[in-house]
Design a protein. Structure first.
Length: 106
């Protein structure tokens, strides 16, 4: 059976930065499961696209996500980022409902 990943490393880095805006590259890379060098490359690519920005806070960086730039980002096949996010939200709600119904049946 072929192995495939649901999200790209770019998406995983972005999600981590949204949830943990004061993470170091080391923390991001450990959470995503990629090298620090790959993480830096992805962070720089997201910065070049205007999707994230960093600001130095002491010895750490703080990351900011530009939601407008993210929503304007190119389409992924026939779907926009907003459509993908909405689909994932609906999926999350179904997963939660399924978990609740399974807990009630146990």
């Amino acid at each position: 059976m072929t192995h495939w990943d649901f999200l790209t490393n770019h998406a995983l880095v972005l999600i981590h930065v949204i949830d943990h805006p004061r993470s170091t590259l080391r923390e991001i890379s450990a959470a995503v499961g990629i090298t620090e060098r790959a993480t830096l490359s992805i962070v720089r690519a997201l910065e070049e696209e205007g999707i994230i920005s960093r600001q130095k806070e002491g010895r750490r960086n703080r990351y900011w996500v530009n939601i407008g730039a993210l929503l304007r980002h190119r389409r992924q096949g026939p779907y926009s980022v907003e459509e993908i996010a909405n689909a994932l939200l609906r999926l999350s709600q179904r997963v939660s409902e399924s978990a609740i119904s399974q807990d009630g049946a146990a």
